[in-house]
Design a protein. Structure first.
Lengths: 139, 220
């Protein structure tokens, strides 16, 4: 089976924006969220599919073409759900590229030994602060 | 044994009171502070209020190197992360997770949780097993439905009565683990003779189960 889909789980600010950007770039995007309303955050230019349902239910994931996914971005607002989904995508569906947002940096340890790529908003904010702070000093 | 119990309400309460009688070393963690206090005073053991999906919480509770961890919260993904943290970061040998969604039983096992319990799943399995055989026979499934234990009452008209076990050509993949012969319990060997009114406790596989029962109940 050809793996050519781009799956986004969680249509929050991050998920919906990534979905829009990748859709604009011509990717075949499928976005999943438990709440229909969340899709309002998608930009008009989004031309992918929307799947309403709980992604921790495998039948929903499979409806969203997870088996054909080349990339999955996991960005629900609950860390434990994100970690669980990342493992499901990695161990069960062999998704080649997995990105997952994690608020609690400590939980990143649970992803060791896989090629799942964590995104830590905390680390990013800290780095940004340091850079801004240093550039202030330069003035 | 050192046992860690996380989350859960009445399940946790019941299991704690049961395990405490057997003098295990119990570490109890519960997210609900009020409930933590209640269990603590009722069972006279310390309870750590906190979120067991966070590593520092297991650290504070000194859960390192425990023999077993039971995750009993109502949230399946929380239980998954608790078990994973226990295995990966705290060297806990065996993890047991309760799940609400029966579909998660197989999934969690694939993902490395040692034992997964869902009451809905168990009910469904026992209905399936019991409807496949005659109702006079009790069955118990263990280890992923790969093994079944049967209790088969022996009637005097059966062909195998009054024969030695070694002389009976039983189907393959079965073992008579013990015989209830009121009031005794016998661990049989080849020379044991099967009598009328015995209760045979047999270990076999689900595939062989029906063939085996048919064989035993064959009349002379």
């Amino acid at each position: 089976m050809k793996k050519n889909k781009f799956v986004v789980i969680g249509s929050g600010r991050l998920g919906s924006n990534i979905a829009t950007i990748m859709s604009e770039k011509g990717e075949d995007v499928i976005i999943i969220d438990a709440d229909d309303d969340s899709f309002r955050k998608l930009h008009e230019s989004f031309s992918g599919y929307q799947v309403v349902g709980d992604a921790t239910d495998l039948s929903i994931l499979e409806n969203a073409f997870i088996k054909q996914a080349k990339t999955v971005v996991i960005a629900t607002d609950i860390d434990n759900v994100n970690i669980f989904l990342a493992h499901v995508c990695y161990y069960l569906y062999d998704v080649p590229k997995i990105f997952v947002r994690i608020s609690d940096n400590d939980k990143g340890k649970l992803l060791e030994g896989t090629n799942i790529k964590p995104i830590y908003p905390f680390t990013l904010s800290l780095t940004e602060f340091n850079e801004l702070n240093e550039s202030e000093d330069d003035v | 044994m050192k046992i860690v119990i996380t989350g859960g309400k009445h399940e946790s309460d019941y299991i704690i009171s049961m395990l405490k009688k057997e003098h295990h070393e119990l570490i109890v963690i519960n997210n609900d502070e009020g409930f933590a206090e209640y269990i603590s005073s009722k069972n006279d053991i310390p309870v750590f209020p906190g979120d067991p999906t966070k590593a520092y919480c297991l650290q504070d509770a000194e859960a390192q190197n425990a023999d077993v961890l039971l995750a009993l919260s109502d949230d399946d993904t929380d239980n998954y992360v608790t078990c994973l943290t226990a295995k990966k970061l705290f060297n806990i040998k065996k993890t047991v997770s309760k799940v609400k969604n029966p579909k998660n039983v197989e999934l969690f096992k694939k993902l490395g949780i040692d034992s997964v319990i869902s009451s809905t799943y168990l009910i469904a399995q026992s209905i399936l097993n019991e409807s496949s055989v005659e109702d006079i026979i009790k069955t118990l499934s263990i280890e992923d439905e790969k093994i079944v234990m049967l209790e088969v009452p022996i009637k005097k008209e059966f062909a195998i009565v009054d024969k030695q076990i070694m002389d009976i050509k039983f189907p393959k993949n079965m073992n008579i683990s013990c015989i209830f012969r009121n009031p005794h319990v016998i661990i049989p060997n080849g020379s044991t003779v099967i009598l009328s009114d015995d209760n045979l406790i047999i270990v076999t596989t689900p595939e062989e189960q029906e063939k085996l029962i048919e064989f035993i109940q064959k009349k002379r």
